[in-house]
Design a protein around this ligand. Structure first.
Ligand SMILES: [Zn+2]
Ligand SMILES: [Zn+2]
Length: 211
């Protein structure tokens, strides 16, 4: 997992623009060589072509350069930060770069979020209704843990989640998700069960399969 909160030196680069109809400041946001680093929150440091380093607050719309502080302009640094956020070269405000703990894809997750980091496709929230791919049962997500199927023991069966017979074929290093049966949840039973992440199917996806 890479951590965008650790500012690392980045090579100054120009982005590829179509400049003909652009105002000067907008054009320079594209063409000048700048390096943008996310400092955390909404703050970004910009090493400018001139050699100076400025800090942009992308939420407040401020920059420490003279153009912004003295002339009150939306400067090329603010524009460049917006461009780099849009093109996913840096995390948006309040997010950090992470590798999804389920599929490995690079993603942005809230800075304050606890592990596991999950991409949009793999993310399950507590309370989501999902489907067991094996039985079709409807389940409710209690929690996505950061533990792997071969690390979690199912006490009643004296085996790990990975070795549990109906979990055969799912990865041993699958994340373990704690779920409740929808029928139990409705009747007030609070018992949770441990499932491998990839055995669970979102119901919006499941509805398409059923149709
Ligand atoms: Zn500026
Ligand atoms: Zn993922």
């Amino acid at each position: 997992m890479s951590d965008s909160n650790t500012p690392t030196a980045r090579q100054k680069t120009a982005l590829a623009p179509d400049l003909r109809t652009m105002p000067d400041r907008a054009a320079r946001a594209w063409t000048e060589r700048m390096a943008v680093r996310h400092l955390g929150g909404a703050d970004y440091a910009i090493d400018s072509q001139s050699g100076a380093t400025y800090v942009v607050d992308a939420r407040e719309g401020t920059c420490t350069c003279p153009d912004a502080t003295i002339r009150g302009e939306t400067c090329k640094h603010q524009r460049r930060v917006a461009l780099e956020i849009t093109s996913r070269r840096v995390p948006p405000p309040g997010k950090r770069r992470a590798d999804c703990a389920a599929c490995g894809a690079e993603t942005f997750v809230p800075e304050a979020s606890r592990p596991p980091a999950l991409c949009e496709a793999c993310n399950l929230d507590s309370g989501d209704v999902i489907r067991d791919r094996e039985t079709g049962d409807r389940l409710v997500v209690a929690a996505v843990t950061d533990r792997r199927a071969d690390e979690v023991t199912i006490e009643a069966a004296d085996t790990t989640v990975a070795d549990y017979p109906t979990n055969e074929g799912y990865p041993a290093d699958d994340l373990v998700v704690e779920v409740r049966y929808l029928a139990d949840a409705a009747s007030g039973h609070s018992r949770t069960y441990s499932f491998p992440h990839s055995r669970l199917q979102r119901v919006d996806d499941a509805a398409l399969v059923d149709a």
